[in-house]
Ligand binder design. Structure first.
Ligand SMILES: Nc1nc2c(c(=O)[nH]1)N[C@H]1C(S)=C(S)[C@@H](COP(=O)(O)O)O[C@H]1N2
Ligand SMILES: [Mo]
Length: 172
């Protein structure tokens, strides 16, 4: 029993290490424009003296990204979301934790397992239908699960993790 739990844990840790390739410490450039996302907590790469990783829109747009056309509970008809893969963001900050506390401008907060971003092509959407989202349109950043590719994610569990108006992510 103890043995198998250990083996299971070791296998999980290995899978995590293999899938996430953190950028090397110190390789995160400083933002040159308005900061729209701050990442803190268990991260290896920072770009401000207070130990945070801060991103402007250009920095997020430069990351490995995905675009998907899908229906969501919050939009009318099919819409196309585009943005950096959550995985790419985790790698950029050198994330070392297991859970993300995602905080929004409206003070909504939700815990998102790091595994979600490893196992699914979750994006931190910066665009809807080819345009940035205003705060009124649930921007500037909206956590979008790949409902187009994985219809099994279309349920309340993942809806609640689909935070909009994201401003801060704490890696715990
Ligand atoms: N920023 C922000 N994101 C959010 C929420 C919110 O209140 N604020 N509600 C969450 C919850 S609990 C769910 S189930 C879904 C859908 O919320 P809705 O049904 O109120 O639209 O969005 C999630 N994302
Ligand atoms: Mo909810």
């Amino acid at each position: 029993m103890f043995q198998s739990a250990l083996t299971w844990f070791a296998a999980g840790a290995t899978a995590l290490a293999l899938t996430l390739t953190p950028a090397r410490a110190g390789t995160l450039p400083a933002p040159s424009d308005d900061v729209i996302l701050t990442v803190t907590g268990k991260i290896g790469n920072t770009n401000t003296p207070d130990g945070a990783a801060r991103f402007d829109l250009k920095m997020l747009e430069a990351m490995a990204s995905r675009e998907g056309t899908m229906e969501t509970p919050w939009t009318k008809g099919k819409v196309t979301f585009k943005g950096p893969l959550g995985r790419a963001l985790l790698e950029a900050v050198g994330a070392q934790g297991k859970t993300l506390k995602v905080l929004a401008l409206d003070d909504y907060a939700v815990d998102v397992p790091v595994e979600d971003l490893i196992n699914h092509d979750v994006i931190v959407a910066t665009e809807m239908n080819g345009k940035p989202m205003s705060v009124r349109e649930k921007g500037p950043l909206f956590m979008i699960y790949p409902f187009d590719k994985e219809p099994g994610l279309y349920n309340e569990k993942y809806f609640s993790r689909s935070a909009w108006q994201i401003k801060t992510i704490i890696v715990n």
